[in-house]
Design a protein around this ligand. Structure first.
Ligand code: PAF
Length: 309
């Protein structure tokens, strides 16, 4: 299968690398030229939970037009860039190309559907944790399940085909007919972990070591559950707080994507994680003050990059 990874930071590189190991023809696409150049010159170096290795059977490009048409595009750009990235990557689409988003946060599938039409789009979540160490180098900090679904719900032959290709490449995969419940379930983990790690500098697992962060994790997730219930979302887990704790434990040594963003002084995905809970809650008349506080603090952090140190 010909696979293009649109946005090849830590997670995009991990998926691209493992799919290349599984025999797919993979092109990584990322605007960070040094990273793509290093992949082309020396391969992608992965260290961590599945062992250390260098994968040379993939290539990197900075312009999607160099990648040609793909059978499958996996979107891993920051949620803030979803629409613009897809608009600039139409050249990846042939008549039957499927586009799968595994990004964090709310609304990515819908944004892709606005650009390319809903029939091409699949969505999902992944429990893997990964850190970009430098150009051409990533650390796979924790493994978890990857769950996929069609935006329109049904388990289709193409969904089964994509799930099988991921399985053959070493991913543990499940399919669901409840993709919005799935995305909300993952969102609840990001709601509990990402902003708190970004603000404190703690690794995911360390959030559970301190009663103060553990309490905030719990309160933020409880608010998000109330909003999900208000929207009629069918969550995929019985106990979302325990699910969030479990993800923090399974990716204990990981620096969350939002912590990696603030460390590198990049814009974060706060608006589609805690910010989305505060906004959706306000629209429904469901208070979400902890999520509002976390959102505002991360935003101030972003606005003052470089000013306070
Ligand atoms: O955003 C992240 O970092 C990841 O979604 C997760 C699961 C919190 C692991 O670090």
């Amino acid at each position: 299968m010909k696979v293009a990874i649109l946005g090849s930071g830590a997670m995009g590189s991990l998926f691209g690398g493992m799919l290349a190991e599984g025999g797919c023809d993979v092109t990584l696409i990322d605007i960070w030229k040094e990273h793509m150049d290093r992949v082309n010159a020396s391969g992608l170096s992965i260290e961590g939970v599945r062992g250390d290795r260098v994968i040379s059977s993939l290539r990197g490009v900075t312009d999607p037009r160099e990648a040609g048409e793909a059978d499958l595009v996996i979107v891993f750009v920051k949620a803030t860039a979803t629409k613009a990235a897809m608009e600039g990557a139409r050249s990846l689409l042939g008549p039957d190309t499927a586009v799968l988003t595994l990004q964090n946060g709310l609304g990515n599938g819908e944004k892709l559907a606005e650009v390319i039409g809903g029939e091409r789009v699949l969505a999902g979540i992944t429990g893997h944790g990964c850190t970009l160490l430098g150009p051409g180098r990533i650390r796979h900090a924790g493994a978890g399940d990857t769950v996929l679904g069609e935006l329109k719900g049904k388990i289709t032959p193409r969904l089964k085909r994509i799930a099988a290709v991921l399985e053959e490449s070493g991913f543990s995969v499940r399919m669901t007919e409840n993709v919005s419940g799935l995305i909300w379930t993952k969102l609840l983990a990001n709601v509990g972990i990402n902003a708190l790690t970004a603000l404190t500098g703690l690794r995911n697992g360390q959030l559970l070591d301190y009663p103060e962060t553990e309490e905030l994790l719990r309160l933020a997730v409880h608010e998000a559950v109330a909003v999900a219930e208000g929207k009629g979302i069918r969550l995929e887990v019985e106990d979302p707080v325990e699910h969030c704790r479990e993800i923090a434990r399974r990716t204990a040594s990981n620096r969350s994507s939002m912590l990696q963003d603030v460390t590198a002084r990049r814009q974060t995905e706060i608006d589609v994680i805690n910010g989305a809970i505060a906004e959706e809650g306000a629209a429904l008349g469901i208070p979400a003050p902890v999520n509002r506080v976390l959102t505002n603090l991360v935003k101030v952090r972003q606005k003052t990059y470089g000013e306070l140190e």
